[in-house]
Design a protein around this ligand. Structure first.
Ligand code: AMP
Ligand code: ZN
Length: 145
């Protein structure tokens, strides 16, 4: 359960490693070593991490679609929104709350921004690890697709 309070000072990367190929455990968190976002969480793939806490991590998108384009992900491997259990639903609230705080930090809270979660093939999801896009810093398209 998340309180909604988000401290944006916790950015120290988590360097504990997954031990085996495929799936393993880091603490009590599942790690999929063939997943690019799990590899970012594990510190195996470099990225510009701008925030992390016990549950989520946020980094700059490698192929930004707007002046500000951040990706907020759960540290635990959840393939997509479609696989989110009822018990995990508060995690999405925490991801949104984190995105709202990061929008303020990026200076786009006043001008406006867009939060997007792509789900599945026809939803445009390319990386099969649940993630929230934070886009802003320019006038975004009026269309949603
Ligand atoms: P989606 O199409 O919703 O699955 O979005 C996946 C996003 O992840 C895309 O915007 C990619 O540019 C981004 N991405 C993929 N690999 C990396 C990476 N190594 N570091 C940062 N962003 C990435
Ligand atoms: Zn993953």
């Amino acid at each position: 359960m998340f309180t909604g309070e988000t401290c944006l000072n916790r950015v120290k990367p988590d360097t504990r490693e997954a031990k085996t190929k495929g799936e393993s455990k880091r603490g009590n968190r599942e790690v999929k070593t063939d997943c690019i976002f799990c590899q970012i969480v594990a510190g195996k793939v470099p990225s510009e991490i701008i925030y992390q806490d016990e549950a989520v991590i946020a980094f700059r998108d490698i192929n930004p679609q707007a002046p500000t384009h951040l990706v907020i992900i759960p540290k635990r491997h959840i393939p997509s929104l479609a696989q989110l259990t009822e018990a995990e639903s508060s995690l999405v609230g925490h991801m949104v709350s984190t995105a709202n705080q990061l929008a303020k930090r990026e200076g786009i809270a006043e001008s406006g921004y867009r939060l997007v979660i792509n789900c599945g093939k026809e939803g445009g999801q390319l990386v099969p690890h649940l993630h929230l896009h934070l886009l802003g810093g320019r006038k975004l398209s009026d269309k949603l697709d």
